[in-house]
Design a protein around this ligand. Structure first.
Ligand SMILES: *Cc1c(COP(=O)(O)O)cnc(C)c1O
Length: 415
C-alpha cells in the first residue's frame, strides 16, 4: 500500500523515490499520506458500531504535517510530553481530543495540560494524582482523570516494549486503581473521566487486548457499583504491523472482539495506535557510499550507506528487522551484504546478511520505517538529522528540512 514498482523503479504513490533523493538528498524519510489515511480508515471501520475515538500516539511519528492531516480526519491524540502537546496545538488539534500518558509528567507539563483543557490525564501513580490535584487547585481549573491500570497481561512482544506486566513501571494494579478512583471521585478539583491501559507495542494477537479490556471492565463495573461513573474506556495502542512475513494484528478481528467484550455498556471506546498508523507508510532512503566485499573467506560483505543508527535505531535497540530494497534494480550479481552506517559502533547497522545486488551510489529503501524512525533519531556523531518528505498522489513536499551543522551547534557555548 503506497509503494510499488513502475518500470523497475520503486515509487511512493505517483512519485519515483529516486526523484525525491535527487531533490532533497539522502538520508531522507519519505511518508505516503494515502497509506496513513487508509490505515486510519481501516481502524475506524474495524471499530464501527461502537462509539469510539482513535487517539494517535504522537510519539510514533510527530511530524506536524502528519499531525495536521490526522487531525483533519478527526483523530484525537495521545501525548507523552508538553512538547507533544505543543505540536498537537500547532497542528490545529483540539485539546478536547487529547489524552496525556506517561509515568513522569513534570509539573510544567501538567500545568500546560490543565491550561489547555485536555480531555484526560492518564494518571500512572498515587503521587501523580496528588500532584495533579494540587496543580488544579493552584490554577483554579478542574482536570479530567483516567487511571492507567496495569492489567498484568503478557503481550508476547519484545521486553523493551512490553508494558502491561506487573513488573513494569507503567500504571497501577487494579486494587490500587480502585483506591485512586475513590480519591479522585472525592476531590472537588478532579473529574473522573475514564479508565485506560497500554499493554505493549507490536502485539500480533487479539487475545491480550481482549483480556486487558475484560480486566478494565471488571474494574469499571466495580466502580459503577460504588456510584463512580466513567465516560470512556481506553485500551491503548500496540497494534502489531508486518515488518517481514510475520502477520500483522487482524484489525477486523480486534474490532469484533472488543465490541463483543464491551457488550452494551455506555462507554466510549478509545484506542491509541501509533505504529500501526504510520509504520508501513514510511521508508528511509539511503545511498550506498562504499562497498567492502569480503577480502577472504570467513569475512562479511559490508555495504556502508549514508544512513546510520542515529537515523534509525530500531535494529540496534530492538533487534528489529526491516526489509531493504534497491530503489532501482541494477541487474548485478547477488551477494549477502551487511548494510551498515558510518557511526563508530559495531551496533550501527540497518540490516544484516541481505541478498542484494549492490553498486556504490545505489539508492536503498529501508521499508516500514514510518514509526519510531525519525522520532527516535539523534545527533550522535554530530550527524544532522535526516530530512522528511510527505508524498500525496503525484506530488511531494519537504515537511522537515535536513538539519544543518549550525542547527546542532547553536545551543552550545565555550563556558
Ligand atoms: C507508545 C504508546 C502508544 C502507542 O503504541 P504503538 O505500539 O505505537 O501503537 C499508545 N499508548 C501509550 C500510552 C504509549 O506509551
Amino acid at each position: 500500500m503506497g509503494y510499488a514498482r513502475r518500470d523497475g523503479q520503486l515509487c511512493a504513490e505517483g512519485v519515483p523515490l529516486a526523484r525525491i533523493a535527487t531533490a532533497v538528498g539522502t538520508p531522507v524519510y519519505v511518508y505516503s499520506w494515502q497509506n496513513v489515511r487508509e490505515q486510519y480508515t481501516r481502524i475506524d471501520r474495524a471499530l464501527a458500531g461502537v462509539d469510539h475515538r482513535i487517539c494517535y500516539a504522537v510519539k510514533a511519528n510527530s511530524n506536524l504535517a502528519i499531525l495536521a492531516r490526522l487531525n483533519k480526519l478527526g483523530a484525537g491524540f495521545d501525548i507523552v510530553s508538553g512538547g507533544e502537546l505543543e505540536r498537537v496545538q500547532r497542528a490545529g488539534g483540539d485539546p478536547e481530543r487529547v489524552v496525556f500518558s506517561g509515568v513522569g509528567k513534570s509539573t510544567a507539563d501538567i500545568d500546560f495540560g490543565i491550561k489547555c483543557g485536555i480531555d484526560a490525564f492518564n494518571v500512572e501513580s498515587a503521587s501523580e494524582l496528588a500532584r495533579l490535584e494540587a496543580r488544579t487547585r493552584l490554577l483554579g481549573r478542574k482536570a479530567r482523570v483516567s487511571i492507567r491500570v496495569n492489567p498484568d497481561v503478557d503481550a508476547d512482544t519484545h521486553p523493551y516494549i512490553a508494558t502491561g506486566l506487573k513488573e513494569s513501571k507503567f500504571g497501577v494494579p487494579p486494587a490500587q486503581a480502585l483506591d485512586l478512583y475513590r480519591r479522585a471521585w472525592a476531590s472537588p478539583d478532579l473529574t473522573v473521566a475514564g479508565i485506560d491501559c497500554h499493554i505493549g507495542s507490536q502485539i500480533a494477537d487479539v487475545e491480550p487486548f481482549e483480556r486487558a479490556l475484560t480486566a478494565l471492565l471488571e474494574l469499571a463495573d466495580t466502580l459503577g457499583g460504588e456510584g463512580i461513573a466513567l465516560d470512556h474506556i481506553d485500551i491503548g495502542g500496540g497494534f502489531g504491523v508486518a515488518y517481514g512475513n510475520e502477520p500483522a494484528l487482524a484489525l477486523d478481528r480486534l474490532g469484533e472482539a472488543l465490541r463483543r467484550t464491551l457488550a452494551e455498556r455506555p462507554l466510549q471506546l478509545r484506542v491509541e495506535p501509533g505504529r500501526s498508523l504510520v509504520a508501513d507508510a514510511g521508508v528511509l532512503l539511503t545511498r550506498v557510499e562504499y562497498l567492502k566485499p569480503a577480502p577472504a573467506p570467513g569475512h562479511r560483505n559490508i555495504a556502508v550507506v549514508d544512513a546510520a543508527m542515529n537515523d534509525l535505531i530500531r535494529p540496534a535497540l530492538y533487534q528489529a528487522w526491516h526489509a531493504v530494497e534497491p530503489v532501482a534494480e541494477n541487474g548485478g550479481a547477488l551477494r549477502r551484504w551487511d548494510i551498515v552506517g558510518p557511526i563508530c559502533e559495531t551496533g550501527d547497522f540497518l540490516a544484516l546478511d541481505r541478498e542484494l545486488a549492490l553498486n556504490e551510489g545505489d539508492l536503498l529503501a529501508v521499508r516500514t520505517a514510518g514509526a519510531y524512525g525519525f522520532a527516535q533519531s539523534s545527533n550522535y556523531n554530530t550527524r544532522p538529522r535526516a530530512a522528511e518528505v510527505l508524498v500525496d498522489g503525484d506530488g511531494f513536499a519537504l515537511v522537515r528540512r535536513r538539519e544543518t551543522i549550525s542547527d546542532l551547534l547553536r545551543p552550545e557555548t565555550f563556558g
